[in-house]
Design a binder for this molecule. Structure first.
Ligand code: HEC
Ligand code: HEC
Ligand code: HEC
Length: 434
């Protein structure tokens, strides 16, 4: 069945490719706005560093913990196999030291390697295509100023037909348009800067926009929510109930700039990484610009909307130090585990001890009956540095069995989200391999 679907997908892609190939138009380059943090007169390397952070190149090109910066080798597990990010240091033998400006620009704008081979869109050239040539060259100058690392690239491990890089040409013809960002003169400069940050640099849509059968982003559902690496990247359209329409500007800026907004939640998993490596480094003016753009993204209900219960009765009845007497019926195992491993930091009323980062009330995660992000939190924990703060929660994936993790997740969602969650040991097992 899976094989049949794969073949079907390829046929559809090829058909769509021919259609679009015959109808495509090439756009001439437009003008991108200059970001507050990347003023044109700032020294090239300073600009390049800022833009490289805003585009979060390091997240995918550095193996967490032990990897050399930008030396690649990070695995990307796709439905049809595994590919690895490339060494993008200036090492001439194993990195991109021998690439000309035009070759680098072509890779970032069009997804084509120096040798003419196609790159897979796990490298989000689908978003970076909107970068101005000047900004791409500033990024190159910065990368080339860093230490060269000699580390050969790992070969992708893909089955036929997905190992045929040339076939990506059809995918590109169907789903990809090489085009630069064009400012909208009818909108304020800050809005244009914010849109450039969200689309060309921050590639929010690569995680937050639903994808179609061929893994291309659905433009009509911009930022309406999608799943990635076992996490839900929530709906962040301006929808007041299902998106971030009800968040204040200050809450959004705090979440993006520090990874936490009181009463809304904390960024973990792939979003935690985006905050740690990228968004926390934005100048406040640029964060404000990003927020002003997000406000205008058309509201969408999205798939599997999550309703937030800000006053879950079990948590409201609890004190910081103890659960209310009659709560947690049917959740005895989860409650016992929570008492042993979690209550010291999170407290029974979900307010969070010492740091408001550990507050659980009102977050999307604990209100999602599907439990994807709560399960990932328990399995992986968090260990990141934002500004001068260590944000730490231990990983419990090794300490607990699938049954125990499921019991904990279901209890947490009942206690703090007032929902009957559906996390099974089988689901936990599948989440471990994401
Ligand atoms: C979401 C993950 C991701 C991000 C973010 C990302 N890359 Fe990559 N990049 C990849 C992957 C994966 C590959 C390998 C793709 C392939 O083999 O087809 C790659 C390949 C490349 C290549 C091709 C190198 C070669 O030798 O073929 C270049 C150049 C590159 N990336 C530059 C960048 C730059 C510059 C940025 C930031 C502006 C960036 N990447 C951000 C995942 C990413
Ligand atoms: C690598 C994937 C990825 C990228 C890139 C990404 N996000 Fe996220 N985002 C997520 C995930 C996953 C979550 C859920 C995090 C959690 O539950 O801790 C999330 C959560 C959020 C939330 C909180 C929503 C809520 O209801 O709690 C906001 C706001 C957000 N992202 C904004 C952005 C913006 C703006 C960008 C681009 C500048 C962006 N994200 C880029 C994956 C991503
Ligand atoms: C050492 C303190 C500590 C312990 C112990 C701990 N946590 Fe956490 N937890 C945190 C912190 C800090 C955060 C915020 C992480 C972030 O910013 O991404 C967090 C976040 C979470 C979240 C995500 C909240 C959101 O915003 O979506 C969940 C769910 C969670 N913890 C559940 C648990 C469970 C279940 C346990 C016990 C198995 C546990 N935690 C044990 C400190 C802790």
């Amino acid at each position: 069945m899976k094989r049949f679907l794969n073949v079907l997908a390829v046929l559809l892609v090829v058909g769509a490719a021919l259609y679009f190939f015959l109808n495509r138009t090439d756009k001439s380059p437009g003008e991108a706005p200059v970001l507050a943090g990347a003023a044109p007169d700032a020294a090239l390397l300073v600009r390049g560093e800022y833009l490289t952070k805003a585009a979060d190149c390091i997240a995918c090109h550095t193996v967490a913990g032990k990897g050399q910066p930008f030396a690649g080798g990070v695995p990307f597990v796709l439905p049809f196999g595994t590919i690895y990010s490339s060494n993008i240091t200036a090492d001439p033998a194993t990195g991109i030291g021998g690439w000309s400006d035009d070759q680098f620009v072509r890779a970032v704008h069009d997804g084509v390697r120096a040798d003419g081979q196609r790159l897979y869109p796990a490298f989000p050239y689908t978003s970076y295509t909107a970068l101005s040539r000047n900004d791409v060259l500033a990024i190159k100058a910065y990368l080339f100023s860093l230490p060269k690392v000699n580390q050969p690239n790992k070969e992708a491990d893909l089955g036929f037909p997905f190992n045929q890089r040339w076939a990506m040409g059809f995918w590109n013809a169907a789903f990809f348009k090489s085009s630069r960002f064009e400012s909208d003169a009818s909108k304020p400069l800050a809005w244009n800067q914010g849109k450039y940050l969200a689309t060309a640099l921050g590639h929010c849509a690569e995680c937050h926009t639903p994808r179609n059968f061929a893994f291309a982003m659905k433009a009509g559902d911009n930022l309406a929510g999608e799943s990635i690496q076992g996490w839900r990247a929530y709906n962040i359209t301006s929808d007041a109930k299902n998106g971030i329409g009800a968040w204040t500007d200050a809450e959004l800026a705090a979440y993006l700039g520090t990874g936490h907004a009181d009463g809304r939640g904390s960024a973990s998993g792939p979003m935690g990484e985006a905050v740690e490596h990228s968004l926390q480094h934005l100048k406040p003016e640029d964060t404000a610009a990003l927020v002003s753009y997000l406000r205008t993204v058309p509201a969408k209900a999205g798939k599997d909307p999550i309703e937030i219960d800000a006053k879950p009765p079990w948590a409201v009845a609890a004190s910081a130090a103890a659960p209310a007497a009659n709560t947690a019926e049917g959740h005895e195992q989860g409650l016992r585990l929570f008492a042993a491993a979690c209550a010291s930091c999170h407290q029974w009323n979900g307010q969070g001890q010492q740091t408001s980062f550990a507050a659980l009330l009102g977050t999307r995660g604990v209100n999602d009956a599907g439990g994807a992000n709560v399960t990932q939190m328990i399995l992986q924990g968090v260990n990141m540095r934002v500004h001068d703060r260590e944000v730490y929660m231990p990983a419990f994936g090794k300490a607990y069995t699938d049954t125990e993790v499921a019991a904990l997740a279901n209890y947490v969602i009942a206690q703090f989200g007032n929902k009957q969650a559906t996390v099974t040991p089988e689901f936990v097992a599948s989440q471990r391999t994401r």
